[in-house]
Design a protein around this ligand. Structure first.
Ligand code: TYD
Length: 141
């Protein structure tokens, strides 16, 4: 079963208002997003050969968008690995807690925006893959 089928990730589609002046997309807390947005951050000026991510979170949930350009997200729930190419600013990848993620293959000028369920807290990170696996496999995960 794929990660998407297991519900660890899914795509969130946002509205698009299109007219001759261009496109407009909006995000409403309590409507489009399955958690209260506590933080927004974005990645930019990313070298095309950079690798980002390489961690999981104890509690944090996130939705990741490619506002401009494209990049790859590699997702791993400790059992199943899947890959997503993000390139559409209307479509966000919803990533639940306890999911290992890696990002690479950024296009020139790509901008990645992340909506997050909590403020930044380094204590919420698993930055060691073995620690992440142990957490996923523990009965209380
Ligand atoms: P990190 O989450 O490792 O970035 P990525 O997953 O994109 O590779 O964060 C990189 C650094 O930035 C790290 O020192 C923590 C810091 N940081 C904050 O201070 N606040 C934040 O909201 C985020 C996401 C990171």
């Amino acid at each position: 079963m794929s990660g998407a089928a297991m519900g660890i990730t899914r795509m969130i589609d946002l509205p698009q208002i299109h007219d001759q002046r261009g496109d407009l997309t909006f995000v409403e807390g309590g409507n489009h997003i399955p958690f209260d947005i506590a933080r927004v951050y974005y990645l930019y000026n990313v070298p095309v050969d950079a690798e980002r991510g390489g961690h999981a979170h104890r509690e944090l949930e996130q939705i990741v968008f490619a506002l401009s350009g494209s990049f790859r997200m590699k997702i791993d729930d400790g059992t199943t690995k899947s890959e997503y190419w993000l390139r559409d600013p209307r479509k966000g990848l919803y990533i639940r807690r306890l999911v290992w993620r890696e990002m690479d293959a950024f296009s020139q000028g790509a901008v990645c925006m992340v909506l997050a369920s909590h403020s930044y807290d380094e204590a919420d990170y698993y930055r060691n893959y073995e620690d992440f696996l142990a957490a996923v496999r523990s009965p209380s995960a």
